[in-house]
Design a protein around this ligand. Structure first.
Ligand SMILES: NC(=O)c1ccc[n+]([C@@H]2O[C@H](COP(=O)([O-])OP(=O)(O)OC[C@H]3O[C@@H](n4cnc5c(N)ncnc54)[C@H](O)[C@@H]3O)[C@@H](O)[C@H]2O)c1
Ligand SMILES: O=c1ccn([C@@H]2O[C@H](COP(=O)(O)OP(=O)(O)O[C@H]3OC[C@@H](O)[C@H](O)[C@H]3O)[C@@H](O)[C@H]2O)c(=O)[nH]1
Length: 340
């Protein structure tokens, strides 16, 4: 029975290859998009369990082998250059399906490819889950709520999304991906999990990723003005990556299909974020305002009641505690030590 009370078919039989000796010893987990920011932190956590074998499939559009360098060559780890818009034939027990560019700059760069990644990529991974009887988790997004008219956002809110805007390749793409997940669940009995991830930050974000936290930290370290996009009063709620990974694993291992919001309810305007970065990282830096892009959501904050009740999860790391960890990582990669 799905969490929403709908009855489903029983799950398909596992692939016969799963009764091979190898599978009895290990849980084999596929992470698509595992070379990216959240994916590589998830891989680190999964690899800590000696019973897990991890396969990463990534096309390196926004991810990098560098994020996984500590695991390359490890006997329980495999890295495949693969685009999820093409089918993938592997034998696995679980699929964490993250593959998709997440920064607005990158997902808008080739919107047709972004929607293909969300739709064909998710179809391919669901097809794989069906063939081998694997459980599959989709990393959906708070962007399914669009420019929300309900605040904070609860999972039963259907959203306020522009279907033909420049962000639609991503937000409508993820909405279709969620639909596909539930249709495969109802029609084929696939075990699904859907996480609606809210803005996440932390070490290993691309320095030129274009998202706000990485932009402000890189700008503060480089002594460049912090670029607050107008009006500056728009809000976001930022979750530190280790909390996010913890939530994703709890969701995968738990009994609820979701969708479940995973995010930190601490809400900040972009001006407040800039002021925090300035104070913590470089008090001499200027804050300037610049033009915004179309359809930028004006407010965003997760209601995490469901995550608390169903997963026993809530974030532990506050923004002001997480920013210094990210600063340290960015300083190392940019080669700019902290001034004495
Ligand atoms: N970071 C956030 O704030 C956030 C918020 C909501 C949802 N999400 C979701 O979480 C997931 C990971 O986000 P992230 O922040 O780590 O982004 P990221 O860009 O760092 O990682 C995405 C990874 O997917 C890979 N990829 C992209 N298209 C692919 C394709 N067609 N085939 C194979 N690999 C492909 C990229 O190379 C990259 O390694 C995404 O699905 C994103 O939509 C992230
Ligand atoms: O330099 C900048 C960049 C961004 N911003 C503002 O910061 C806010 C957040 O922008 P980001 O680009 O970091 O990310 P967004 O919140 O728009 O989207 C994100 O949200 C959910 C996820 O699915 C995605 O990973 C990501 O698209 C926006 O209001 C934007 O206008 C700035 O003020 N300055």
């Amino acid at each position: 029975m799905a969490s929403n009370g709908q009855s489903t078919k029983p799950p398909p039989n596992p692939s016969p290859l799963r009764s091979a000796k190898f599978f009895q010893a290990n849980m084999r987990i596929l992470v698509t998009g595992g070379a990216g920011f959240i994916g590589s932190h998830l891989v680190d956590r999964l690899m800590q369990n000696e019973k897990n074998e991890v396969i990463v499939a990534d096309n390196y559009f926004t991810g990098s082998k560098d994020n996984l360098k500590q695991w390359i060559g490890h006997p329980r780890f495999e890295l495949i250059r693969h685009d999820v818009t093409e089918p993938l034939l592997v034998e696995v027990d679980q699929i964490y399906h993250l593959a998709c560019p997440a920064s607005p700059i990158f997902y808008k760069y080739n919107p047709v490819k972004t929607i293909k990644t969300n739709v064909m990529g998710t179809l391919n991974m669901l097809g794989l889950a069906k063939r081998v009887g694997a459980r599959i988790l989709l990393t959906s997004t708070s962007e399914v709520y669009g420019d929300p008219l309900v605040h904070p956002q609860t999972e039963d809110y259907w959203g306020n999304v522009n279907p033909i805007g420049v962000r639609s390749c991503y937000d409508e793409g993820k909405r279709v991906a969620e639909t596909l997940m539930f249709d495969y669940h109802r029609q084929h009995g696939i075990e699904i999990r859907i996480a609606r991830i809210f803005n996440t930050y932390g070490p290993r974000m691309n320095i030129d990723d274009g998202r706000v936290v990485s932009n402000f930290i890189a700008q503060a370290i480089r002594d460049e003005p912090l670029t607050v996009q107008l009006p500056g009063t728009q809000t976001r709620s930022f979750c530190y990556v280790s909390d996010m990974v913890d939530g994703l694993i709890r969701l995968m291992e738990g009994n609820d299909t979701g969708p479940i919001n995973i995010g930190n309810p601490g809400e900040f305007t972009m001006l407040e974020l800039a002021e925090n970065v300035k104070e913590l990282i470089n008090p001499d830096v200027k804050i300037i305002t610049v033009e915004n892009t179309p359809d930028d959501p004006r407010q965003r904050k997760p209601d995490i009641t469901k995550a608390k009740e169903l997963l026993g999860w809530e974030p532990k790391i506050k923004l002001r505690d997480g920013l210094p960890f990210m600063e340290e990582d960015f300083r190392q990669r940019l080669g700019v030590p902290k001034k004495a």
